[in-house]
Design a protein around this ligand. Structure first.
Ligand code: ATP
Ligand code: MG
Ligand code: MG
Ligand code: MG
Length: 482
């Protein structure tokens, strides 16, 4: 089943259950407090927190999402993309816990001949809040094995907005991929970090009015008069299970880019040809993920820039180009990859085709600019290497590494790797100190400007080091990774 069909099936099912189907909103978050749409519920926040009346009692969508906080996981776990699609059904004061659980179970385990997904119910595990007896009985009533219902404390399975207002427990459906992927869950946990139990669908029961308090320690003041249901299922996760693939980068919407990368690099995904490095698979998955995210971001009107959303886009594109170079491809790569990603995505997003001349122009220009950066940085690096050699040293100075980073936009992992090709290391201690100083300056600036709610996690999150074989041990503080 193609990913686009699974998406259709989800929406058709909820249409059948009297939901209004609404199109995805833009990746540019309609909520000004966040940069990107990070979940299916984002466009519905006013109806969930109750600041506006909902135009419909029940609604469903397949929402485009970007999560930069998952970037370090991309290509390394089976299940995290920077771009992904969240399937969601929502009720605003209409059906509640029993209804949401019954719908999820029916769609997950129902007959594929009747448009359901046909998962084996005996492989589904569900985590709930340990006080939620209503969820417990609703789950056992529909047929979930009680031994596979895991009760977790509030810290682990409770939703809130971080301030007084609506809050409530979750029930998360996980699929057991089987003993080949790890040991069976014991001691009443489903290890969310492992590969065996894959979280596929989160049901949030927006049930209580919460009071003041930090973290999850706040009083639950009362049951809300108008309760809401907010659910999110990962389309790519369902797709990779249904398509019998090992991870979300191998589904029909993503894998064609990996195939093209193989052709361009002459290296084999899945390794084993004696030429590929162990990290090559990760790099190929990263490229396929990032190219797709960039395509979708530019499609939604984001342009490369040095701050905000544009900075995220710039980093995604640079990381793609960097990963391609580490795969041995030094010619312009994006003109080879972006059209492949567009073709893989256009079944669900036909607008990409019509807009492709504009999108590709922006993306290709950015690669050209980055290639020029790399060229000028390389000259500076060569000079630095010569200086070290002349003085009989073995390490590039921290000042030079910092200048490369700061002035020429030269990523530190690239400096480390290129220096090591010359048999040199980097004075990482000084580099780190200079980065910290710069960060403090930036923070002071930001405070002074009162920029408000900027998602600074992007600056740390986007730093992901693609050149894993080069262990840059200089960082102790993750926030230094810019
Ligand atoms: P995980 O624990 O695997 O990181 P999560 O708990 O952060 O997932 P939720 O915020 O509950 O995810 O989002 C709802 C659903 O969206 C998840 O159950 C999953 O199916 C999907 N999802 C979340 N993050 C990603 C991602 N980065 N890539 C692909 N799918 C995702
Ligand atoms: Mg997560
Ligand atoms: Mg989770
Ligand atoms: Mg979750």
């Amino acid at each position: 089943m193609r990913t686009a069909q699974i998406r259709r099936r989800y929406l058709d099912f909820f249409e059948e259950q009297d939901h209004t189907i609404v199109p995805s909103t833009s990746l540019i978050s309609p909520d000004p407090s966040i940069l990107f749409t990070i979940a299916g519920m984002v466009p519905f926040i006013p109806y969930i927190v109750g600041t506006e009346p909902a135009p419909w009692p029940r609604v469903a969508s397949a929402q485009k999402c970007i999560r930069t906080n998952d970037i370090e996981n991309v290509g390394r776990t089976t299940r995290h993309g920077t771009f992904f699609q969240m399937l969601g059904n929502f009720s605003f004061g209409d059906y509640f816990k029993d209804g949401a659980i019954a719908y999820a179970w029916e769609l997950l385990t129902g007959d594929p001949e009747r448009g359901r997904f046909g998962f084996d119910g005996s492989r589904l595990w569900v985590t709930i809040w340990d006080q939620d007896d209503v969820a417990l009985s609703a789950l056992t009533n529909v047929g979930v094995n009680p031994d596979q219902i895991v009760r977790l404390p509030r810290e682990e399975n409770f939703w809130d907005t971080g301030q007084p207002g609506p809050a409530g427990p979750c029930a998360e459906f996980h699929y057991d991929r089987g003993p080949e992927f790890g040991p069976e869950a014991v001691g009443g946990t489903v290890d969310p970090g492992g590969d065996r139990y894959l979280e596929i669908w989160n049901l949030v029961f927006d049930q209580f009015l919460r009071g003041e308090g930090t973290g999850k320690s706040y009083p639950l003041l009362k049951e809300l008069d108008s309760k809401a249901i907010d659910t999110g299922a990962g389309l790519e996760r369902i797709a990779f299970l249904k398509q019998g693939k090992a991870n979300m980068y191998e589904i029909d919407e993503v894998f064609p880019v990996i195939q093209r990368v193989q052709e361009l690099s002459g290296r084999t995904y899945g390794g084993g040809d004696g030429v590929s490095e162990p990290e090559d698979d990760v790099r190929m998955r990263v490229v396929a993920d990032h190219v797709r995210s960039a395509l979708m971001l530019v499609g939604d009107g984001v342009r490369p820039a040095n701050e905000g959303r544009g900075y995220v886009l710039r980093r995604l594109l640079r990381r793609s180009v960097r990963a391609m170079r580490l795969l041995g491809v030094t010619d312009p790569a994006l003109p080879e990859l972006l059209p492949v990603s567009k073709d893989a995505m256009k079944a669900s997003y036909p607008e990409l085709e019509a807009d492709f001349a504009r999108i590709s122009g922006i993306v290709y220009d950015e690669e050209d600019a980055f290639r020029r950066t790399l060229e000028s940085g390389t000259t500076i690096l060569d000079t630095a290497v010569r200086r070290v050699r002349q003085s009989g040293g073995t390490a590039i100075t921290g000042e030079d590494a910092f200048k490369l980073h700061d002035t020429y936009g030269f990523p530190i992992d690239l400096t480390v790797e290129m220096a090591s090709e010359q048999g040199l290391s980097i004075d990482t201690e000084t580099f780190r100190r200079l980065m910290t100083e710069q960060r403090q300056r930036a923070r002071a600036d930001a405070l002074a400007k009162k920029t408000g709610h900027v998602d600074t996690s992007i600056y740390t999150a986007m730093a992901g080091d693609l050149a894993q074989p080069v262990q840059f041990l200089g960082y102790t503080d993750a926030t230094a990774r810019v």
